[in-house]
Design a binder for this molecule. Structure first.
Ligand code: BF8
Length: 619
């Protein structure tokens, strides 16, 4: 019964049952142990920002203000801006590391990384008026410097925001939320939540939108673009997904986290014949790399590396008992993984000086010694194979087939070189609209149920879904990422999928690749000559948990995309904040949030919104 409450992922169900029997603690057990939740924290009404506190707002006891004098609206808004800035910082700091690697390439200081997509590099350089009639490495050098400047520029505007349709850009200018630079908006967010600075909830939240835009059209967008330059722009590829991608007769290494710099290098190291031989000498049939979370998405998109699962699969893959090593960098990694691994021979290998994990093996990764470290990691995993206890191996079920790799470039190519056929299909009503489904897993919602149910409802109603992060992985496990899934779509969408040979749900990458969705929206808006807010599109984060998802949802809304959240953010303690986000923003950025944990009802909200936008466009 517990198993059915926890997940709809069929291999995860078996693994959860196994964990319950074997007393292997998982996220769901810890979630139960945390109940009942503090109602003040849940509604955003507690503040522990300074040492005059901690404070709680308890209206029924006339405790209307914290010690500093902040009321409910201010406390809720400050907490939310803090959350959002954390998320924006996470994506953008990851982006910075990628751009710094491009600079190393540009300086000729690394042999481990190179320019893989020269065409894209040159196109990106042209956006910055960087001369391209010279060696790629010189162009890379200048582009890296121009991008690094976007983190702390004095130009007054992040250049990439110019990709947005004019009408959208004008809204940002008029409302004063055009982001100046990535670091600046994040630092200013932290300044504004210092006691005695921001005192107006609305003013604080508008800066949240600016910070979010700096992430979406800045830090995340640079992460995506430069990753494509270094590792290749994704093209459609076939692979497999779910816990059963772990192989009993192989050395299994899972790559978990977010930054492709490390995982790409491990892929290269593992392909080496000497490593393969070492694995065979250890008694294995070879080396099997599997992805988890967003670094898994990066590898699936570009290399077709099989995917073991999303956020809530991370402990379950250890519980297969067949994992020699789990290599992690940062973000979304449960700090308790070494505890989970202690039941098995699995080694958790942490690699980032920013994310040291007690109980893990630490093998510091840096771009200048990337290959060497990657080889050492793969060797460690191979040498661990002999310690595997065959009695503990439990690999549930069979993998599911997926198609991934839908970058904007790949979608455009699939449509014959322009987005016009998509625009035509939308105008003709064969496709009613498009929805970006993104984000995480959260014990508030049954694992994958939110993502899969929403995706199915939307495609049934002829709405194309484009997905990233753990949402895309959920759809993959449910079989929605194959052209065959078109039979679940309405007649219009089905006919387009069949004609073009694409799935009704397109995997567009990791969470920083939500910037691909922005680029797609911008291209659609520009093709039609309208602002993003006029398009028949929406966003959804049915199972979000992370601060990063708050940043994504906010840059969707700030870009003009109506966005429906599954779990309620911790804001219910301020009706004024709730009203601003779910209502008032419409008058400012022409889009707003909604919260609806039931994915069937969320689909109804989205369908109604899309039909309204179609009507306004006269289609
Ligand atoms: O950046 S969707 S659980 S893995 S935060 Fe994390 Fe959420 Fe997954 Fe990727 Ni995104």
């Amino acid at each position: 019964e517990k198993v059915l409450e926890r997940t709809i992922d069929e291999t995860a169900m078996k693994a959860v049952e196994h964990c319950l029997k074997e007393w292997i603690e998982t996220v769901w057990d810890r979630d139960e142990m945390q109940d009942p939740r503090c109602k003040w924290c849940s509604s955003g009404l507690s503040c522990s920002r300074c040492t005059m506190g901690p404070c709680r707002i308890i209206p029924e006891r006339n405790r209307d203000r914290g010690v500093c004098g902040a009321d409910a609206d201010l406390i809720v808004a400050r907490n939310l801006l803090d959350t959002l800035a954390t998320g924006a910082a996470s994506h953008s700091d990851h982006g910075r590391e990628i751009v710094e690697t491009l600079l190393l390439v540009g300086k000729g200081e690394t042999n481990d990384y190179m320019i893989t997509d020269r065409k894209k590099l040159f196109a990106l350089a042209e956006e910055y008026n960087i001369p391209t009639n010279r060696e790629a490495i010189e162009v890379a050098h200048d582009l890296a410097l121009a991008y690094l400047e976007e983190f702390g520029t004095v130009k007054g505007e992040i250049e990439l925001t110019r990709r947005a349709p004019t009408a959208t850009h004008a809204i940002w200018e008029e409302t004063g939320i055009l982001p100046r630079s990535v670091d600046r908006e994040i630092v200013e967010a932290m300044h504004r939540i210092q006691m005695g600075v921001g005192a107006h909830y609305g003013n604080i939240l508008l800066h949240g939108l600016r910070t979010a835009l700096a992430d979406g059209w800045g830090g995340s967008m640079m992460a995506t673009e430069v990753s494509d330059v270094l590792f290749g722009t994704p093209v459609p590829c076939e692979s497999q997904i779910n816990l059963a991608v772990v192989k009993e007769d192989m050395v299994n290494i899972s790559l978990h986290g977010h930054n492709p710099m490390l995982s790409e290098m491990i892929v290269n190291a593992a392909e080496d014949e000497a490593m393969q031989k070492r694995a065979r000498d250890a008694g294995a049939a070879g080396i099997n790399l599997v992805g988890l979370c967003c670094t898994g998405n990066e590898l699936l998109m570009r290399k077709g590396i099989p995917m073991a699962g999303n956020h809530f699969n991370q402990e379950l893959v250890i519980a297969t008992g067949a994992l020699e090593a789990m290599v992690v960098d940062y973000q979304c990694i449960f700090p308790s993984l070494p505890r989970t691994a202690s039941c098995f021979h699995t080694k958790i290998i942490s690699t980032s000086p920013k994310a040291k994990i007690p109980g893990s093996y630490y093998m510091e990764f840096e771009p200048s010694t990337a290959r060497e470290t990657a080889e050492a990691i793969v060797r460690t995993a191979i040498d661990n194979f002999k310690l595997r206890d065959p009695e503990k191996v439990f690999i549930p079920g069979k993998p599911v087939a997926v198609q991934a790799g839908f970058s904007v470039e790949a979608i455009t190519a699939a449509l014959g070189g322009t987005l016009q056929p998509l625009v035509d299909a939308i105008a003709a009503g064969k496709i009613r609209g498009a929805v970006g489904i993104v984000g995480c897993n959260n014990p508030r919602i049954k694992h994958d149920y939110g993502h899969v149910t929403l995706s199915k409802e939307l495609i049934k109603n002829d709405i194309l879904c484009v997905e990233t992060g753990c949402a895309a992985v959920a759809s993959g496990k449910a079989g929605l990422l194959t052209p065959d899934a078109a039979f679940l779509a309405g007649d219009g969408l089905k006919s387009i999928c069949k004609a073009v040979g694409i799935p009704p749900v397109l995997h567009m990458g990791s969470c920083v690749d939500c910037s691909r969705i922005l680029v797609l929206l911008a291209a659609l808006g520009n093709t039609l000559g309208v602002g993003i807010h006029q398009l028949p599109v929406a966003g959804a984060a049915p199972e979000w948990y992370s601060q990063k998802a708050v940043a994504i949802g906010s840059y969707f809304v700030a870009s003009g995309v109506y966005t429906v959240l599954g779990p309620m953010p911790h804001i219910s303690g301020s009706p004024a904040v709730v009203d601003l986000l779910t209502n008032g923003l419409e008058g400012i950025v022409k889009a707003k949030f909604a919260v609806e944990p039931d994915p069937v009802k969320a689909a109804e909200l989205i369908i109604a919104h899309i039909e309204e936008k179609r009507k306004a466009l006269g289609i």
